[in-house]
Design a protein around this ligand. Structure first.
Ligand code: ADP
Length: 618
């Protein structure tokens, strides 16, 4: 089955995803903000550090020009005749101090003596009155000026001081300090750092290629002014390619530095995003600027955001798992409660049902008692009915007997009266014939009563287990003479083991004698009559069948077969009581007797009796 996430799951995932994104973003921002603050502090620290070291470095030379005036008598220094000696002095001083050059100008700005007096491009005699450091010194200030030497094109820091004699300015002493000195302190910095002069031109930089570049483009007018002062001499003053991204405060900006074609290899990045922080250098017109790279911040912020995101994912997962577990436990608790409730309910129901059941049981008992009573009364009624039936049979029988006996009795009366009269007349022959007739009638009446006697006698027998084969052999013995007279054959078939029927054997013999007698009657006149007698056991019943090959039962006979005094036989051959009495006997044993025709001709009488299986014959 394909996995189909539920709407709830999708929502939870979406919310979790949003949470993760929000946390990661917030972490990134906070981390970046924090890092920017830290970087700002670091930058400030760097600025302070470098400013201090630069101050220190410049400070070493700050009083140098003024000190020059103290070293020798100022008129000496400015005396043209003394120039040679002064030149030598300045040369030696320059060497010792490690400065670029030291020179002295008169009030007009002409160089009278210089440390480089020996060199062909010496300043001696040059007019440097246009130089700002000269003008500043004449005006009474301590001149500080960054400039590139006109003659040798060497950049340097000019420190100037007026030389006075008796309160009157007679000249200017200038010390030019090489930038290498100052740049040494930059080398230890971990980020691009540079110094711009009052014109915004980088004069000192930890990145060598940035020197004489401008962080901000300079206008044409300014450039023309530079040309006039020849301050930057041959340098082009190319802009650095800075683009401001954001301004954090007065001295702090976020900037982007364009990548340059021939970027020199450096220990720190010289292009990309930076935090630019500037600070004016004390006692100068210079500005110190540090570019702290933001790359590390971005990297760290991204890492932190990723860690926060992953942590949130883990938290979400833990929360979800915990929640699922809690829900699972809740479900289990609910299920247990539901189970308990169901159990309680079941117990209650069972209790109810038990009550119901006991009530029902009581009812059932009542009902059973009622049924037993009803059955008893039914049985009583049945008994009564049977009794009534018996009485009816007896009534019927009595009527038949009365009818059967009345006729011979009336005949007897007439015959006896006639006989007496014939004797009186002396007609002995007729009287004898009448007496014979009377005798016949009495026999007939005796026959009827005899039959009834046997019926009465046999009905008193109690059922007991009787072996069928024995019963049949008794019957065969009784009928032996008759069978032989007719030339009839009795074919018997029994089960392999003895079969006991619950009956009175004497009365059963009577029934069988009757059935076999009827069969023989039906086959009167046949050449070789035959009777098939078969005993079979079916379940708890013994079935005995007597089949003959005679006329069979006619249609009008079948419904009246068991009717007392119904006979198709001649008066002296049958009374019509045999089957009626037989059926009565069989029914007394709890069995049945039925008659029918065999499909291949002849009558079949079927007798069924209860089996007395486990009882031994007594
Ligand atoms: P009875 O033998 O005295 O006539 P039963 O009650 O024994 O009286 O028989 C009643 C009648 O049933 C007989 O008259 C006869 O018509 C008929 N019947 C009985 N058994 C047979 C048989 N095996 N074949 C043909 N008819 C029979």
């Amino acid at each position: 089955m394909p996995f189909r996430p539920s709407l709830r799951l999708i929502l939870v995932c979406a919310v979790a995803l949003l949470a993760v994104a929000a946390v990661a973003l917030t972490t990134y921002r906070l981390s970046r903000q924090q890092a920017l603050l830290e970087l700002q502090a670091t930058g400030r620290h760097r600025l302070d550090l470098y400013a201090a070291s630069l101050e220190r470095e410049i400070g070493k030379y700050a009083y140098f020009p003024a000190a020059l005036g103290l070293e020798r008598a100022v008129p000496d220094l400015l005396d043209a005749r003394m120039a040679r000696e002064v030149n030598g002095y300045l040369e030696e001083l320059n060497q010792r101090a490690g400065t670029l050059s030291i020179y002295i100008m008169n009030r007009a700005g002409r160089v009278l003596a210089s440390s480089n007096w020996r060199r062909p491009d010496s300043f001696v005699g040059a007019d440097l009155s246009f130089r700002p450091y000269f003008r500043d010194a004449i005006a009474g200030y301590k001149g500080r000026f960054f400039g590139i030497g006109m003659l040798r094109g060497e950049p340097g820091y000019y420190l100037s001081s007026a030389l006075a004699d008796g309160g009157e300015v007679i000249g200017v002493a200038v010390v030019k300090v090489g930038l290498e000195q100052l740049e040494k302190s930059l080398s230890t910095m971990e980020a691009p750092i540079f110094v711009t002069d009052e014109n915004g031109v980088i004069i000192l930089s930890s990145v060598p290629g940035w020197k004489f570049r401008t962080p901000h483009p300079i206008g044409e007018n300014t450039r023309a002014a530079f040309d006039r002062s020849r301050q930057y001499n041959r340098y082009e003053l190319k802009p650095l390619g800075v683009r401001e991204i954001a301004r954090l405060d007065e001295q702090t900006r976020l900037i982007e530095l364009a990548r340059e074609k021939n970027e020199a290899p450096s220990v720190y990045p010289t292009s990309g995003e930076f935090m630019a922080q500037s600070q004016p250098l004390a006692r100068s017109t210079w500005t110190l600027t540090v570019y702290s790279p933001l790359g590390q911040i971005e990297y760290m912020s991204t890492i932190r955001a990723a860690v926060a995101g992953v942590t949130t994912v883990l938290l979400c997962f833990v929360t979800l798992t915990f929640n699922e577990r809690r829900k699972h436990l809740q479900d289990r608790l609910a299920a247990r409660e539901a189970l308990q409730q169901a159990h309680d309910e079941l117990e209650r129901k069972v209790e109810e049902r038990t009550l119901d059941l006991s009530t029902a049981n009581l009812k059932l008992q009542d009902e059973i008692a009622e049924r037993v009573r009803a059955e008893r009364s039914l049985r009583a009624t049945q008994d009564e009915l049977i009794q009534a039936g018996k009485l009816a049979v007896i009534g019927q029988l009595s009527t038949g007997i009365a009818h059967e006996l009345n006729q011979p009795l009336a005949a007897l009366r007439t015959l006896s009266a006639n006989t007496a009269r014939f004797l009186e007349r002396g007609d002995e022959a007729t009287a004898r014939s009448n007496l014979e007739r009377i005798g016949q009638l009495v026999d007939r009446m005796g026959q009827i009563t005899g039959e009834l006697k046997s019926f009465a006698k046999k009905s008193s027998g109690q059922p007991r287990p009787a072996e069928m084969r024995q019963i049949v052999s008794s019957v065969a013995a009784l009928l032996e003479q008759r069978l032989r007279a007719c030339g009839a054959q009795l074919a018997c078939r029994f089960p392999d083991t003895p079969v006991y029927a619950l009956c009175d054997p004497n009365r059963m013999e009577q029934v069988l004698v009757n059935l076999l007698g009827n069969a023989l009657d039906a086959m009167t006149g046949q050449a070789s009559p035959r009777i098939d007698l078969a005993v079979e056991v079916h379940g708890r019943t013994i079935r005995l069948q007597v089949r003959d090959y005679g006329t069979g039962l006619r249609d009008e006979v079948l419904p009246r077969l068991f009717e007392p005094f119904f006979t198709t036989k001649e008066a002296n051959l049958g009374l019509g009581l045999g089957l009626a009495i037989s059926a009565g006997i069989v029914s007394d044993f709890g069995g049945t007797l039925a008659g029918g025709n065999h499909p291949e001709g002849g009558a079949v009488f079927t007798l069924e009796l209860p089996l007395a299986e486990n009882t031994r014959p007594s």
